[in-house]
Design a protein around this ligand. Structure first.
Ligand code: UDP
Length: 235
């Protein structure tokens, strides 16, 4: 399968059409953005790490019964995926308070949440991805109640699977963002990526941040942190 026209270019990935109308090629970039595009930069090697880590975790999830869009890794930065129509929701699961939750609810960063918290945001850059609940999602027809029930079930199972898996690599899964898509037959599958761009990963011994917060917060060492995640998960 080869890349044809560019179908879509996002902040961190390009998506190309292929000979097969049901397959896309995703190409991961080193470009980094934060705060809805207000901060821009480059994290050298990020595209390779995010592509390889995403595919590794998608394969793990498939093996545990979570359907995904993953088909085949084509190169260090490129992956063949099933074409889906993306459900316009950012699905966030949180285990420990960090990021926007800290300011929104006045929690201390690092505070353990009594139960995992599931949140939805409407994917809309012009509106800054506002938080929405089940009622907004139904009212705006972003997903049907049946689809949302499937999404919630998958998201919480993914949290259990990834938290346990990452623990063995001495990484605490603080929170993460998922996106889901629909296949032509209507089946809901996990899409997009699962990487240090979209998850908060903290070293479980030092508490060191091994994710995009190094870029967001100008902490330095982003390249090394991404490289460390790749090394711990793929050896
Ligand atoms: N996240 C993401 N894309 C976004 C917003 C958030 O991948 O556009 C991820 C982020 O990396 C973190 C989780 O979702 O793992 C929760 O992020 P939060 O709501 O705290 O937002 P942030 O403070 O990171 O903007």
């Amino acid at each position: 399968m080869t890349k044809k026209e560019l179908a879509y270019e996002g902040k961190a990935k390009k998506v190309f059409r292929t000979e097969d109308e049901n397959r896309f090629i995703v190409s991961y970039k080193d470009d980094a953005t934060a705060f809805n595009g207000a901060k821009k930069g480059t994290i050298r090697g990020k595209g390779v790490v995010n592509n390889r880590v995403t595919n590794h975790l998608m394969r793990l999830l498939e093996s545990k019964g979570i359907p995904t869009h993953f088909v085949e890794q084509l190169s260090d930065t490129d992956t063949l995926v099933k074409k889906v129509s993306i459900i316009p929701l950012e699905v966030v699961v949180r285990n420990i308070a960090a990021g926007s939750l800290v300011s929104r609810l006045g929690l201390a960063e690092g505070a353990k949440l009594a139960v995992p918290v599931l949140e939805y945001s409407y994917k809309n850059d012009a509106l800054n991805d506002p938080l929405v609940n089940d009622y907004h999602i139904a009212a705006l027809r972003l997903a049907t109640p049946e689809e949302l029930k499937i999404i919630a079930g998958y998201a919480l199972r993914i949290n259990d699977i990834l938290s346990a898996y990452l623990k063995d690599a001495h990484i605490t899964l603080i929170d993460f963002k998922l996106e889901f898509g629909k296949l032509p037959d209507g089946a809901v599958v996990l899409a997009d990526e699962i990487s240090p761009d979209t998850c908060r990963f903290w070293d479980d011994r030092s508490g060191e941040k091994l994710d995009k917060d190094r870029f967001r917060g100008d902490l330095g060492g982003a390249e090394d942190a991404y490289g460390e995640v790749l090394k711990r998960l793929l050896g």
